[in-house]
Write a protein that binds this ligand. Structure first.
Ligand code: ADP
Ligand code: MG
Length: 227
């Protein structure tokens, strides 16, 4: 018991530290970004690119901080009986806008019946967003991202598939996908999938990946029906 308490205290200390670091680093970064933006506007055309790079790198650092915060703060969650379909419905306009900006589109296919689940909707939204963005980032112009739900009655299991027709994942990369900071993107954080995994695990769910190079990737998130 003593050990258990010690572990919980450590977790919450890391969580607390992450929250203050986020606050203390983000504010000065926002100020820097604002002034860089101002300087960029006053620069002649060919020199603006340096300022654009500075801003992109600031944005990337910011993304790492927020993803890390979400990861570090995996405290006990407020779970609620909710409808996964409702959550997908609430996310759809955001994902749609994201896809449109990339010249892509989203297709959502919801099964007729899905039992309600004990979940934390904020976290499930984070999971959806991260998997959907990865799918979009793997595809080019005109790519179509599919989201599909299924209730496997005999196993009492709810499955959510997020499928892209992007570049695919080479076999040798598969084992690294969920490692923190593993990324193959110049502006990636490598924290998206570790975050998705920790969210799925907190919901007693799991994540599987099917992928073929050059053809695309499907992430399958599955949850057991809540009692
Ligand atoms: P990031 O997106 O910041 O790189 P993630 O943890 O979200 O970090 O993903 C880690 C890596 O997994 C990516 O850099 C990419 O190589 C690979 N990956 C994830 N999702 C896909 C996908 N849908 N298609 C191809 N590769 C993917
Ligand atoms: Mg990602």
């Amino acid at each position: 018991l003593r050990n258990e308490v010690g572990r919980m205290e450590r977790l919450s200390l890391v969580g607390q530290m992450a929250a203050s670091i986020t606050h203390e680093i983000r504010n000065p970064m926002a100020v820097i970004r604002g002034f860089v933006q101002l300087m960029k506007e006053r620069m002649p055309g060919e020199q603006q690119q340096y300022f654009r790079i500075i801003m992109e790198e600031l944005d990337r650092a910011n993304a790492i901080i927020s993803d890390f915060l979400s990861l570090a703060q995996n405290r006990a969650l407020a779970m609620e009986m909710s409808s996964l379909h409702e959550i997908i419905g609430e996310m759809a306009p955001l994902l749609d806008a994201d896809a449109n900006m990339r010249g892509q589109s989203i297709e959502v296919e919801l099964c007729d019946y899905i039992p309600p689940l004990m979940l934390n909707s904020k976290e499930i939204k984070q999971l959806l967003l991260n998997l959907a963005r990865n799918g979009m980032e793997a595809m080019g112009d005109k790519g179509v991202l599919r989201m599909k739900t299924e209730y496997v009655q005999e196993k009492e299991r709810i499955e959510l598939r997020i499928q892209d027709h992007g570049v695919g994942i080479p076999q040798e990369q598969m084992q690294h996908l969920f490692e923190p900071f593993y990324t193959t993107k110049t502006r990636g954080t490598g924290l998206g999938l570790p975050l998705c995994l920790s969210i799925a695990e907190r919901h007693n769910g799991k994540i599987e990946v099917e992928s073929k190079e050059g053809e695309g990737t499907t992430f399958i998130v599955s949850f057991n029906r809540s009692a």
